[in-house]
Design a protein around this ligand. Structure first.
Ligand code: ATP
Length: 457
């Protein structure tokens, strides 16, 4: 079996136009990545599949696209401003930064809960137990400082005294502040969900591991508003729907597992992650959280607007509970890249790298390859036909073998070859990425042939 390493994935992504280091010509910018021509298609397909499954096919879910910059009071209500910071300390030797409470919890293998410790207690514990730097092994810590994970910017001119505003660290607040708007305008009845795909920003200090942890990333998430007595069933339902989705999009069942949280936020009733077996080990892929009525209650309190829902059937008034389901588009894209990567030894002894993406999320669906350059007019006709329906690549440079390999490496499920027979009988050869088998079909049948195989269901 192919051993997948993060280095192999990063390298393939860079050389094949999927993902480049951010601001590379300036030496890069830590934990930022730019999606190239192939990568942007892959991530868009991941987002489309999620939206189709959770918004388009669900009559009780409504999509929004809320502003990244929100009234700063939002972040007071959410608790992000008050809990401005986790206790962080730097290793003076290797300059890595760590959360003091996490250091203690990891050192004690989860036996000690450091969440409620004061800075003095954290420092005393670290010194008494001689907890050294997990990165370099040194024991030379700076004092603990509070660290704000939110990026700030400002609004207004400096002369006016600019106001601080925050780049949202999570998209869900855009749904909470629009709960009343959506409920009224969509005439939505509880239980209903509001969904969104959008950018979030976090001043992450732990090493990134490629797309796994970046300072700017996209979240695909929904907030389901429901009545307390049905909320646990809805929570369980989202756990299975979330798992089914990641399997359907291409992750193998034995690379996935649930991880229920033992320690919950004070308002939460249940929380669970789905973890994926990344090359760096089992790590969180998405979260499903039962948040009680905390979010709407807080926004009611801070905005002065009533968040009470009047049940049209029972005439009861209550603040709905929230079930949150949130998955990173970039983190899922990374999981799909790791899952798809394969190095195969062919019958002639050569190896090929092939990305076995689910055809529905593959960046390009079809590559159109004229066998020789003087067939390019006919090949461009075929490209014009297919590109109306699917994202296609066109390549006429180099040997056909090399062109197939290039398409295998970006996971294109079908290669269509135009040869001299095509000019005679309007047929082409279509090659399957995984089996490498070829068949001859009529140009007129190409669209329906591909369509069936690249649909996300
Ligand atoms: P983690 O424990 O990995 O920091 P989290 O519990 O803070 O994640 P949530 O706030 O629940 O994550 O965000 C939901 C999802 O958003 C995560 O499951 C993950 O897929 C994605 N995500 C969160 N932070 C990042 C990040 N810095 N870079 C990329 N994706 C992220």
């Amino acid at each position: 079996m192919t051993k997948v390493t993060m280095d192999k994935i990063v390298n393939l992504c860079k050389t094949r136009g999927l993902i480049y280091p951010g601001s590379e010509i300036y030496g890069g910018f830590a934990n930022t990545w730019d999606f190239g021509p192939v990568g942007v298609e892959l991530k868009n397909n991941v987002k489309r599949a999620w939206w189709k499954r959770f918004v388009q096919e669900d009559p009780n879910t409504y999509g929004v696209d809320a502003s990244i910059l929100m009234n700063p009071k939002t972040w007071e209500a959410s608790g992000h401003v008050a809990s401005f910071g986790d206790p962080k300390m730097d290793c003076k030797k290797c300059k890595q930064r760590f959360r003091a409470d996490t250091l203690i919890e990891n050192h004690s293998k989860g036996k000690v809960s450091a969440e409620a410790m004061t800075n003095e207690e954290l420092t005393a514990y670290i010194n008494e137990n001689h907890i050294s730097c997990p990165h370099c092994g040194g024991f030379d810590w700076t004092p603990i400082r509070k660290f704000n994970p939110m990026f700030t910017t400002s609004r207004g001119t400096l002369e006016e005294g600019a106001d601080v505003v925050y780049l949202r660290p999570e998209t869900c607040q855009g749904e909470y502040v629009n709960f009343l708007n959506v409920q009224r305008t969509a005439r939505a009845k509880v239980p209903f969900a509001i969904a969104q795909i959008g950018k979030s920003f976090r001043n992450e200090i732990t090493p990134g591991n490629f797309l796994f942890r970046t300072i700017e990333f996209e979240q695909m998430e929904l907030q389901m508003f429901c009545k307390a007595d049905s909320s646990m069933n809805i929570y369980d339902d989202y756990k299975s729907r979330a798992l089914q989705f990641v399997k359907d999009v291409g992750l193998q069942a034995d690379h996935l597992r649930f991880h229920d949280h033992d320690k919950l936020a004070h308002y939460a009733k249940a929380a669970c992650d789905i973890q994926y077996l990344f090359p760096i080990g089992w790590q969180e892929l998405n979260g499903i959280h039962h948040r009680g009525d905390w979010d709407l209650s807080r926004h009611g309190e801070f905005s002065g607007k009533s968040m009470l829902y009047l049940d049209p059937y029972t005439n009861e008034k209550y603040i709905p509970n929230v079930i949150e389901y949130s998955i990173g588009a970039d983190r899922l894209t990374l999981a799909l890249l790791c899952e798809a990567y394969d190095e195969e030894t062919l019958e002639n002894g050569e190896t090929r790298v092939v990305m076995h993406f689910n055809p529905a999320i593959a960046p390009y669906k079809v590559a159109i390859l004229p066998l020789q350059k003087n067939l390019s007019d006919k090949a461009k006709e075929v490209f014009a036909l297919l590109s109306k329906e699917f994202m296609c690549d066109y390549d006429e440079a180099g040997s056909i073998g090399k062109r197939y390999r290039r398409q295998d490496e970006i996971g294109t499920p079908f290669c269509v070859t135009i040869d001299f027979d095509t000019l005679e009988d309007d047929t082409v050869t279509i090659r399957d990425r995984d089996s490498m088998k070829q068949e001859r079909i009529k140009i007129a049948n190409l669209v329906s042939y591909v369509e069936k195989k690249v649909k996300f269901n």
